[in-house]
Design a protein around this ligand. Structure first.
Ligand code: SF4
Length: 238
């Protein structure tokens, strides 16, 4: 079986002391061009937060590599079966704890093939009672995953793939999550390609705590979870 992960920023259920997630509501694959990220850029490869965790914690890396080994050469029906099984077990956990069914795809890693993106599209549509959200730098995944009512989809942009992001915005209207050096620079750059200002991530902007007894940052904020706006992240957090 594929293994889900817990992530404090995106948790859909939190312990009473507000410190830890009680349900694993995300899933990861090893990151980088050597693994699941064909769209990795020079910018994201340098600062990948999830990739750093892989390097620090061997147990984390082992889980991701195990997920990768099950999926990378799997045929389409097997891929669907594995992802479906994982979401069924996630829903059982949510029912047990009476938690909202919110699932973040890829806390680490990305869509590594068209077939894999199609397999996710099939599973997301099957589980219409789950709200999924995902960021991707794999441009081929955008047309496959756009316009699924229970999926919030973001194309991740930075200075190294900004031209591609801008083209995708123009042709598909996909929401963007843009990583800039700082929020002011990001805002200006995004206004070159969007009419409405992108929203600075309040957790990245230090306005929202990662996790509290009221919930995780992403569930409290909801911007990305429900694909409300283009989002800005700042490398310097300023
Ligand atoms: S904008 Fe909100 S939902 Fe998106 S990453 Fe930041 S805290 Fe999470």
């Amino acid at each position: 079986m594929l293994k889900r992960s817990k992530d404090r920023k995106v948790a859909n259920a939190v312990s009473p002391n507000g410190k830890t997630p009680t349900i694993a509501n995300t899933f990861g694959l090893p990151s980088g061009k050597a693994y699941s990220c064909p769209g990795a850029t020079s910018v994201c490869e340098k600062i990948c937060y999830a990739g750093n965790l892989e390097r620090i914690y061997k147990g984390v890396k082992d889980i991701l590599v195990d997920n990768w080994n099950q999926l990378k050469d799997a045929k389409y029906p097997k891929m669907v079966m594995l992802l479906d099984e994982m979401i069924i077990s996630f829903k059982a956990d949510c029912d047990k704890r009476n938690a909202d069914k919110l699932f973040r795809i890829h806390w680490d890693g990305d869509f590594f093939s068209v077939q894999y993106a199609i397999a996710w599209a099939t599973v997301i549509k099957k589980h219409s009672d789950v709200q999924f959200w995902v960021y991707t730098r794999s441009d081929f995944a955008v047309p496959v995953l756009q316009n699924i009512p229970n999926l919030a989809l973001y194309f991740s942009a930075d200075d190294a793939n900004f031209e591609l992001a801008s083209k995708l915005k123009e042709t598909t209207g996909v929401k963007l999550a843009y990583l800039a050096e700082n929020f002011a620079m990001g805002k200006e750059r995004m206004l070159e390609i969007t009419v409405k200002s992108a929203v600075p991530c309040p957790e990245n902007n230090k306005k929202l705590k990662l996790i509290t007894d009221k919930g995780s940052a992403c569930v409290t904020c909801g911007q990305c979870v429900y694909e409300r706006n283009d989002i800005l992240f700042s490398r310097s957090k300023k």
